[in-house]
Design a protein around this ligand. Sequence first.
Ligand code: 6GU
Length: 236
Amino acid sequence: MRIDILTLFPGMFSGFLDGSLLGAARTAGILDIRLVDIRDFAEGPHRQVDDRPFGGGPGMLLMPGPVVSCIEAVQQAARPAGRVLMLTPGGRRLDQAVVEELAAEQRLVLVCGRYEGFDARVKETVAADEISIGDYVLSGGEVAAMVIVDAVARLVPGVLGDEESARQDSFSGADRLVEGPQYTRPREFRGLHVPEVLLSGDHRRIAAWRQEQAVEATRRRTTVPPTPGLARRSTP
Ligand code: 6GU
């Protein structure tokens, strides 16, 4: 799979892309991830990429010229042109179903916004979709792009050593359940014991217990808390 990341801050990605999982997949040629600096497509002596919004208001917008030139150049450089995703807080909310949809593409072009966002004509000029990673505001799309690359890459065959582990992840499979609790050694930690069923060697019972725990974990997470605040405890 090929992913082109268009950004004003390519340096933000270096540690991330060279890290163990992605670094190995890139070296192995499974993932072809490229960074493109939007400022390289700016014109004039100042290489300006942002300007004040017409009609007034706070902050600066990315000008359409450099962004569209950058997208077009990247798309023309290789085939297929790839699906263009603009990263904005108002976009379609990312979830595992969207991640699976993106992982099925041969090529993605991720465009990171900065400042108050993109001039609206970018989206009209290039056939782009807008993606958000959640209902909160980041200073730019770079962190969101890393989230997308991480989540998508692990679904690309060969990136994870163990294909089964991706299928068993939370939100995967037809039921979209989150995973229940898991345990490793020691069998007892500070007086807390590993559930007996997991030590039983009875694989049918273990599978049934895990399914039950996943259903319960999913229910707890999607039930509206009775009082404000995030803290919720299951009744004993
Ligand atoms: Cl994609 N960009 C920004 N700036 N903020 C966000 C976001 C994206 N997704 C959630 N918040």
